[in-house]
Design a protein around this ligand. Structure first.
Ligand code: ZN
Length: 210
């Protein structure tokens, strides 16, 4: 009798947990994949952004500027910071401001560190391994082309201003070790279990001191 009651309890609790599970939206700590996926080219926008911005993002020797006509498709959707010093193995990437990680893309390899990546260039929709951080008020930052083993944060992690979130790499559509930094506006929700999504529009990081 006692055993049967215990069995019933076990059965009942399994039933309960499976029901409650169905109601939850699953959260993936990272989207780890070696597929090459596609995301729309982002539009150029303008936005007053009131954030306590960091003063330091990464060490670099050369930079590639954001470009594109306002209201139209961006020609270069972010700011590139290249570190081509082969004597330095690890180049940390710091956040632009405090926030919460809402998307982490991992699993993208790279064939080389200091020349054109030739393997799975559209992995992570070209961004390679990357993080997206939610800064509130629909403002996000994206850190592209991180090293295979250099994505330090996962979905749900809170990050402080200036915090190190990963290492510069050459994954995805990349022509040498660099950070591709995007600041974007997005009105939707990031699904951490799905391939990466574009922002509604991106803004020029240089307009905010970067
Ligand atoms: Zn770039």
């Amino acid at each position: 009798m006692n055993n049967r009651f215990n069995l019933f309890l076990i059965f009942f609790s399994i039933l309960l947990s499976s029901c409650s599970h169905e109601k939850e939206n699953p959260v993936c700590l990272a989207y780890e994949s070696q597929e090459e996926e596609f995301a729309n080219v982002q539009n150029v926008g303008e936005k007053d952004i009131n954030l306590d911005f960091s003063s330091f993002i990464a060490t670099y020797q050369t930079r590639g500027e954001f470009s594109g006509p306002l209201g139209d498709l961006a020609e270069h959707e972010g700011l590139d910071l290249f570190n081509i010093d082969k004597d330095l193995s690890d180049i940390p990437i710091h956040t632009i401001a405090e926030g919460v990680v809402v998307y982490a893309r991992t699993g993208c390899p790279s064939s080389t560190q200091f020349s054109d990546n030739t393997i799975l260039r559209e992995c992570g929709a070209g961004w390679g391994n990357h993080l997206v951080i939610d800064h509130g008020n629909n403002i996000y930052s994206r850190y592209g082309h991180m090293r295979f083993d250099g994505v330090y944060k996962r979905v749900g992690d809170r990050v402080n201003k200036d915090e190190i979130v990963g290492l510069m790499g050459n994954s995805g559509r990349s022509e040498g070790r660099h950070l591709h930094l995007e600041i974007g506006y997005y009105s939707g929700d990031f699904d951490s279990c799905e391939p990466s999504k574009s922002f509604d529009f991106v803004v020029n990081p240089a307009a905010y001191g970067f």
